[in-house]
Design a protein around this ligand. Sequence first.
Ligand code: K2U
Ligand code: ZN
Length: 169
Amino acid sequence: MTVRDILTYPDPRLRTLAKPVEQVDDTIKILIEDMIETMYAADGIGLAASQVDEHLQLVVMDLSKERDAPRVFINPKITVLDEEKLPYEEGCLSVPGIYDEVERPREIKIEALDREGNPFTEIASGLLAVCIQHEMDHLNGKLFVDYLSKLKQDRARTKVTKLVKAQKA
Ligand code: K2U
Ligand code: ZN
């Protein structure tokens, strides 16, 4: 398994539209393992393949306290079940150091394939609903900062660019 580099805002590759996974073959299974390791190494609770410059519809997540229950969502589709929106203080491994409130639909249905390629459906609310919607945005080339004001976006771009430059120095 390999810890992959995570693309950081405003890298234009983060805007790439992810393609569906055609077959859950060994290449995909290796990518899944690498993404899980990368997510844990970065202290994230979710990670989209787009963030490691692999533009496939693939998300990993671990919402457990023990950090020992990774979940895989291949070709995820979501349907809004309750239009009521709830705010959540979001962050992103691709936008380090920036946290702000985003409002998203409270309850959704998730349809995806698991890591063996078997289809499953799940009704989600709370952190699972927030996280999968955040990750689905990544697969569609959207970042949580896109929901913020232009001023906040400009400030985020400046702050992240400086942070990443300092990390590389
Ligand atoms: O996509 C990512 O960068 C993974 C996020 C997932 C996430 C974002 C917002 C809300 C919930 C999950 C990372 O895990 S960022 C870590 C984090 C988690 C909760 C709140 C803020 C930051
Ligand atoms: Zn993110």
